[in-house]
Design a protein around this ligand. Structure first.
Ligand SMILES: Nc1ncnc2c1ncn2[C@@H]1O[C@H](COP(=O)(O)OP(=O)(O)OP(=O)(O)O)[C@@H](O)[C@H]1O
Length: 272
């Protein structure tokens, strides 16, 4: 599925959060959404998931504008895994993952054998089969994160929108998650703070700053030492490891002055 944001603008109490953002994610691509804290990544995902109504612009799935679509209709197309979301109830893990099947239930009907098989397969895919019967409340942060991914997979969506899904995951599970995302033929937009993971696993990267799109393109085109200095305010070195994977070594945070001294014309400033 192609997911498109077309000149999106969204603000809170008159303060612009997203400014004229256009992004086009081709079917089957895994795209990393990057940017410093507060740059608008979660807000953009929420607009793309139909949870925020942009003041201007459009969100399209396969070219069709989603304005006015029901939550159920959207949930049959895309799954959205939010940051640190959780039912916070006494549900079992399998019940939480089963919530991913709700958009497909017939009216007044609960889960059937097909739903249960899909939930079991999703739990297996994230390595949580053994915890299916456990109470949600007792899960660790990383287990919850994997269960949320299983819920999103159980939706069998055409598109996946994931907000920092590697939070709480140990390194093995981070790599497994990224391999799953890179290997799926679903369209994926994933918010990541780990720039090395993003560079290694994503087909393309989209970089936001102060609610604006700075650039979008291949990892090598987007992640340059100058951009890391100007946008993320760190002094960093980009290299390739012995396996050929891109790695970013951080030398130090930059002071405001040092970062401004590296400023280039493409730097996005608040209020412009
Ligand atoms: N509902 C809201 N009410 C008030 N301010 C909001 C709301 N949603 C977003 N914002 C503000 O908009 C800006 C962008 O927030 P957003 O959560 O999209 O950033 P982000 O890039 O996902 O940040 P982070 O990396 O810290 O998760 C922030 O300054 C945030 O405080």
């Amino acid at each position: 599925m192609r997911i498109t944001a077309e000149r999106l603008n969204w603000s809170v109490a008159g303060t612009p959060v997203l400014r004229d953002i256009s992004v086009d994610i081709e079917p089957g691509q895994t795209v990393g959404l990057l940017g410093p804290n507060g740059s608008g990544k979660s807000s953009l995902l929420r607009c793309l998931a139909g949870l925020r109504l942009p003041e201007a612009g459009a969100v399209r799935y396969d070219g069709r504008p989603i304005a006015g679509w029901s939550a159920r209709r959207i949930a049959r197309q895309i799954a959205f895994m939010e940051q640190d979301s959780g039912p916070g109830t006494a549900l079992r893990v399998a019940d939480v993952v089963g919530l991913g099947r709700v958009p497909f239930h017939k009216r007044w009907h609960g889960a059937d054998a097909t739903d249960r098989a899909i939930v079991a397969a999703a739990l297996e895919r994230v390595g949580l089969t053994a915890l299916a019967g456990r109470s949600w409340a007792g899960l660790s942060g990383g287990e919850r994160q994997r269960a949320h991914l299983a819920r999103a997979l159980a939706q069998q969506p055409y598109g996946l929108l994931l907000d920092e899904p590697t939070n709480h995951l140990d390194i093995k599970h981070q790599l497994e998650l990224m391999e799953l995302l890179a290997g799926t033929d679903q369209t994926v937009l994933v918010v990541l703070h780990d720039l090395s993971l993003a560079a290694r696993y994503c087909d393309r990267l989209v970089l936001l700053h102060h609610g604006r799109l700075v650039t979008a393109g291949s990892p090598t085109a987007v992640l340059t030492a100058d951009r890391l200095a100007e946008i993320f305010e760190v002094d960093a070195e980009l290299a390739t490891d012995s396996l050929g994977h891109p790695v970013i070594a951080y030398r130090a945070p930059l002071t405001d002055k040092e970062s401004h001294d590296r400023e280039r014309p493409h730097r996005v400033r608040p209020g412009r």
